[in-house]
Design a protein around this ligand. Structure first.
Ligand code: TRP
Length: 353
């Protein structure tokens, strides 16, 4: 069987370091492993519109931003197909058929949807489209016959729901759809990178993100004011690692060579944590180290982004030709689906049968 990756992001803002360690970095590694026959990276504008119906211009503006972030991270248009979801209308038709295989109660149980409804104060008036987006996400994944879906942990319920739809479809209409596997980061800190304020999740609305396109001075400012252990007041005080954003970020980003380069007094994370816990290590020193690490990680990404920013026509062409390639593949799957459901009436006079 072909090895295929499909994944994507909603274009509601620039991507941040949480996206990077949670999924983007992994995608690039997988892309460069040479183990995949096809890789599709989708700018999920239709999904973004499910809770931005009144703001299509915001979604449109961010399509380019997300594409630039992808290219900046090292997604290579020669190896991966980058495309725009709504330019593949076959996905909408698949969604419509899959809707019949899912109950309202099942969608209501989806923990990510539940949390999002609460966060957006949708309780009293949920747009139907928003409510159904996990089903459309199953269409995205299956349309490309994806075997692997590299995403952040919050997407786990979507992949589970997708697998259920695949099983249901295949048992009702015969073996047609491919059962996908979720690929999560292997490092705990990367799974759930907190905001710079220590809150559970980075979010644009909370203003606690460090963006991939952030300039060096802003990175430094955000790191130096980051949430640590509120009880670690004097340098001598014993500090806590648990729930300390600075250490979570270091767990996500630091590499042995960064210690050699920026903090040679310490052999690595274990020694640094041990000293902090014991007392005698100040927050400023740890933050300065984190700043150096983040500057080193983000500089090449920012530079590559600036290079692509100067070539908007090339980015446009990548998205346009990528969407054409994606559409052709989704059309194949849609034909399989129609055949399996026996709604391919004008093929071989099937309507008469
Ligand atoms: N839900 C994803 C997000 O919030 C975007 C997305 C849409 C997606 N369809 C997908 C991710 C299919 C992986 C697979 O960013």
């Amino acid at each position: 069987m072909k090895q295929v990756i499909l994944t994507g992001d909603r274009p509601t803002g620039r991507l941040h370091v949480g996206h990077y360690v949670g999924s983007l970095k992994r995608r690039v590694d997988l892309q460069n492993s040479g183990k995949y026959d096809e890789i599709y990276i989708m700018v999920a504008d239709a999904q973004a519109l499910t809770d931005n119906a009144e703001h299509p211009e915001k979604v449109r503006q961010n399509i380019m931003q997300v594409a630039l972030d992808y290219l900046a991270c090292g997604i290579d248009p020669e190896k991966s197909t980058i495309f725009i979801q709504s330019m593949v209308p076959e996905l909408t038709e698949l969604t419509f058929y899959y809707m019949n295989l899912v109950t309202v109660a099942r969608v209501q149980r989806n923990p990510t949807v539940k949390a999002e409804i609460k966060m957006r104060n949708f309780e009293a008036s949920i747009p139907v489209g928003f409510f159904c987006y996990p089903i459309s996400q199953a269409a995205d994944i299956t349309a490309f016959k994806a075997t692997e879906v590299p995403v952040g942990e919050d997407q786990m319920p979507m992949i589970e729901q997708c697998k259920e739809i695949v099983h249901k479809f295949n048992s009702v209409y015969g073996e047609t759809l491919v059962d996908p596997k979720i690929v999560l980061p292997d490092n705990e800190a990367c799974l759930r990178l907190p905001g710079t304020d220590g809150k559970a999740k980075m979010s644009k609305s909370l203003g606690n993100c460090i963006y991939l396109s952030e300039d060096p001075a802003d990175i430094k400012k955000k790191v130096m004011s980051m949430y640590t252990d509120p009880n670690h007041i004097r340098v001598e005080d014993p500090g806590q690692i648990e729930g300390n954003s600075v250490f979570t970020y270091l767990d996500a980003f630091s590499k042995p060579e960064y210690f050699e380069e920026f903090l040679p007094d310490y052999s690595g994370m274990d020694e640094l944590k041990e000293h902090y816990t014991r007392g005698g290590l100040g927050d400023v020193k740890v933050k300065k180290f984190l700043n150096n690490v983040l500057q080193a990680e983000l500089a090449p990404i920012r530079e590559r982004r600036q290079m692509w920013e100067k070539r908007p026509q090339d980015v446009y062409d990548i998205l346009k030709s990528g969407s054409e390639v994606a559409r052709a593949k989704a059309a194949e799957t849609l034909a399989d689906v129609r055949r399996a459901m026996k709604i391919d009436y004008f093929e071989n006079d099937n309507l008469f049968k």
